[in-house]
Design a protein around this ligand. Structure first.
Ligand SMILES: Cc1cc2nc3c(=O)[nH]c(=O)nc-3n(C[C@H](O)[C@H](O)[C@H](O)COP(=O)(O)OP(=O)(O)OC[C@H]3O[C@@H](n4cnc5c(N)ncnc54)[C@H](O)[C@@H]3O)c2cc1C
Ligand code: FES
Ligand code: FES
Length: 478
């Protein structure tokens, strides 16, 4: 059944919005309509965390709590979920939630502008983990900026937490689960002042909508798309929301490859991929923030086709393919043939990425490096990825790809040719470094100069060689 009414849980009750504006952000809805102004707007582009809220999702008879940036999520995406904002953490008698108390006790707040966002990020960490080491804490708050308190007291507050003490959410969990079951998400179709919004629940429904409206724009996590509204101040008049399709939220594997469904959040993939390609996990840990990775998808990263999209050089060096579907066709395209020019791809109107396939190289060495101005929550200046097999000291196969070195993420074909079937020696690596000048003519921009980019690209090749040769990681953070 299709509906134009969005239903979600707020304050332990079912809340309805009739035919909402598909471009209204959850942040604006909370502040302007619910009149709950604890949630703040800092950047309106997912970068500061001041607007962090927590979404509760029903999974296997349990609630999964996800911190997200409400400034870049649209209201209809609340369908079938629980919305938790900072005001919901305090009990009716005025007592604070343990996370709030810890922030007070450890002096984790000064001006207080960032504090609701930090509390919500820490709340989601508190609910999803049983112990909190520094890594877990730093990761949980990697998408929250504070400009006056400093992070030490916030981290100390987080370390003091103990979720063995039941909070009100543990106590009323059963009630919320029952309410979530009652409002299980439906297919949504909205037409609000000529803005169309569809949220199909199945691929079949999606195909029917595409057949009827081939010019609609796909929206997945919205971490690129929503900025058209929040930053460029334009409207998105025709949206098909894909993240409502649960059957595309999967990770499968067989002997040959791993397949990731299009609506799988990066956070889920990041945890899975560790056992196959550790450096993929390492790069994803520095991809945006937990709030971003809780909703953003790899399919969105591929379709955006940014030259500095972080998953792209990794996927290229692993020779990944994209499964592309339209209402009546399906084909598989190597990612290496997918990017045409700056932010242009082979995707035609009405075609969507349904999954991504990553081959398994069981005997190869896979390495990836991201160079950015900040460790957390920053976009790459250069990203490099290496996938090679060394047999009897000879390079028997090699695939190298870089981001940030050309208008598209690209394989380093000349460099690969020079290295293939050569002895794995420093001498050949030094020659191969030079060949990168044939592969790439990078540009100057605010992130890095062209000379810096080229120097970094060469150094990362040498770093990869040195790490393999010395069988040791040379990294500041791991
Ligand atoms: C604060 C912040 C930090 C970020 N940090 C990083 C970072 O560190 N590294 C990085 O690479 N990126 C980063 N990004 C960019 C963004 O998060 C990624 O590109 C993300 O993977 C996009 O996925 P999405 O699901 O949110 O896509 P959306 O924003 O929903 O869509 C992006 C584009 O892809 C299209 N699209 C989406 N899904 C499909 C599909 N299945 N088939 C066809 N087309 C589709 C949409 O129509 C749109 O054109 C950041 C963004 C923000 C706001
Ligand atoms: S307002 Fe800065 S992340 Fe949302
Ligand atoms: S307390 Fe002022 S920005 Fe964090």
């Amino acid at each position: 059944m299709t509906s134009s009414i969005i239903k979600f849980i707020l304050n332990e009750k079912i809340h309805e919005i009739h035919n909402p504006d598909p471009n209204e952000t959850i942040l604006n809805y909370i502040r302007l309509r619910l009149k709950k102004t604890g949630t703040k707007e800092g950047c309106a582009e997912g970068g500061c965390g001041a607007c962090t809220i927590v979404i509760g999702e029903l999974k296997n008879n349990n609630i999964i709590y996800k911190a997200i940036n409400s400034c870049i999520a649209f209201t209809p995406s609340l369908e079938g979920k629980q919305l938790l904002v900072i005001e919901d953490l305090m009990l009716k008698n005025g007592s604070l939630h343990p996370v709030q108390s810890a922030m007070v006790n450890y002096h984790g707040s000064q001006c207080g502008f960032c504090t609701p966002g930090f509390v919500m990020s820490l709340f989601s960490m508190y609910k999803n983990n049983s112990s909190y080491d520094v890594r877990t804490i730093e990761e949980a708050i990697s998408g929250n900026l504070c400009r006056c308190t400093g992070y030490r007291s916030i981290i100390d507050a987080a370390k003091s937490l103990d979720n063995n003490e039941p909070d009100q959410f543990k106590k009323n969990k059963r009630k919320i689960i029952n309410l979530l079951k009652k409002i299980r998400p439906k297919s949504i179709s909205i037409n609000n002042q000529n803005k169309k919004y569809f949220a199909p629940r199945t691929v079949n429904e999606l195909k029917k909508i595409i057949k009827k409206y081939p010019n609609l724009d796909f929206l997945s996590g919205g971490t690129d798309m929503s900025l058209i509204v929040t930053k460029q101040k334009k409207t998105l008049d025709n949206i098909i929301y894909l993240n409502s399709i649960d059957s595309l939220n999967y990770i499968k594997e067989n002997n040959k490859y791993i397949e990731i469904g299009a609506t799988t959040p990066l956070r889920k993939f990041e945890l899975f991929i560790k056992k196959h390609y550790l450096d993929f996990n390492v790069i994803l840990k520095r991809y945006g923030s937990v709030q971003i990775r809780n909703v953003a998808t790899m399919a969105g990263n591929i379709a955006t086709a940014s030259p500095i999209g972080d998953s792209l050089p990794l996927l290229l060096s692993l020779d990944a393919s994209v499964v592309i579907e339209s209402f009546d066709k399906k084909n598989i395209l190597p990612l290496n043939n997918f990017f045409i020019s700056y932010r242009k791809t082979k995707l035609k109107k009405g075609q969507f990425i349904s999954s991504i396939r990553i081959p398994k190289y069981k005997k190869n060495i896979f390495k990836a490096y991201k160079i950015s101005k900040r460790i957390d929550d920053d976009i790459s200046s250069v990203c490099a990825s290496f996938n090679l097999a060394i047999v009897n000291k000879k390079i028997k196969s090699i695939k190298i790809a870089y981001g940030g070195m050309a208008p598209i993420p690209k394989r380093a074909i000349y460099c690969e040719k020079m290295l293939l079937n050569s002895n794995f020696s420093e001498n050949i690596i030094l020659k191969a470094q030079k060949s990168l000048e044939k592969d790439f003519q990078p540009i100057d921009d605010m992130r890095a100069s062209k000379n810096y980019r080229m120097e970094i690209a060469k150094n990362l090749l040498l770093k990869c060689f040195t790490e393999i040769k010395k069988n040791k990681l040379i990294r500041l953070n791991y």
